[in-house]
Ligand binder design. Sequence first.
Ligand SMILES: NC(=O)c1ccc[n+]([C@@H]2O[C@H](COP(=O)([O-])OP(=O)(O)OC[C@H]3O[C@@H](n4cnc5c(N)ncnc54)[C@H](O)[C@@H]3O)[C@@H](O)[C@H]2O)c1
Length: 255
Amino acid sequence: MCKVAAVTGGSRGIGFGIVKQFASEGYKVGILDINAEEDYRKNLDQLDAMGAEYFYMQGDTREQKDREAFVAMLVERFGGIDVLVNNAGVAPKVRMDLLDMTEESFDRVVGTNLKGTMFMSQLVAKQMLKQPMKGSKRGTIVNIGSASATVSSSNRCEYCVAKAGVVMLTNVFAERLAGDGIMVHEIRPGVIDTDMTKVVHEKYTKLIAEGQFPIARWGTPEDVASVVSLVCDDRYVYTTGNYIDVDGGFHIRRL
Ligand SMILES: NC(=O)c1ccc[n+]([C@@H]2O[C@H](COP(=O)([O-])OP(=O)(O)OC[C@H]3O[C@@H](n4cnc5c(N)ncnc54)[C@H](O)[C@@H]3O)[C@@H](O)[C@H]2O)c1
């Protein structure tokens, strides 16, 4: 059965990996991203080369009018939404000690990573509720969280706090929507090689070499995308409100 996926921040990094994965499985995909389409031409050309059925919309997940336009376009172009992946996220522009963190940075990071996820889910859930059940599910919402939800970094408090909020968002949406056949999951990446982690590439490469990660390599967008695809599968129907670490085993406490 052909499905429709909405992926925020889907034009590069982890989001683009997810879009490619869905496209390869025959999903129709809508991408909402904050920058101009031309900025991502190289990646979008890859989708064209795959014969993917998709559209790109420029918009900001923090803005209700952009969220509404995105959902309206998904319905108009593809007739509904089966999967939402709340992937759009930002790190602080500057990593700053908690005691110096600015309100502006807090608003930007929490606004994108938490508020955007909250209200995009609210809107898409309402759309999914208008749609019939497909088999034993009506839809799936996947939140891209982070190991930072539980690992404290006092030089990027706003990021950790926002991702901790995503943990509870996943739970409350899962609880509210389970009876309607909408499953909600959190995927929790560790360190993934993308533009976001460029600034700390050297630091994390060293940590990997020192054995901090049981699977001793950088994660890739494809590593995350394949797990996102798994939880959207029609066989995944009696599980909701959970998270899966995609972090090379980083979460394992060791002596
Ligand atoms: N890279 C990692 O190591 C890592 C680890 C854990 C979690 N994550 C999470 O994974 C997600 C993707 O991260 P990434 O590493 O691919 O980052 P990235 O910066 O490469 O990509 C993020 C994408 O989101 C878009 N975006 C940002 N703000 C937006 C907004 N307000 N509205 C619409 N689009 C917006 C960006 O334009 C970009 O295309 C984020 O939620 C991030 O917090 C990443």
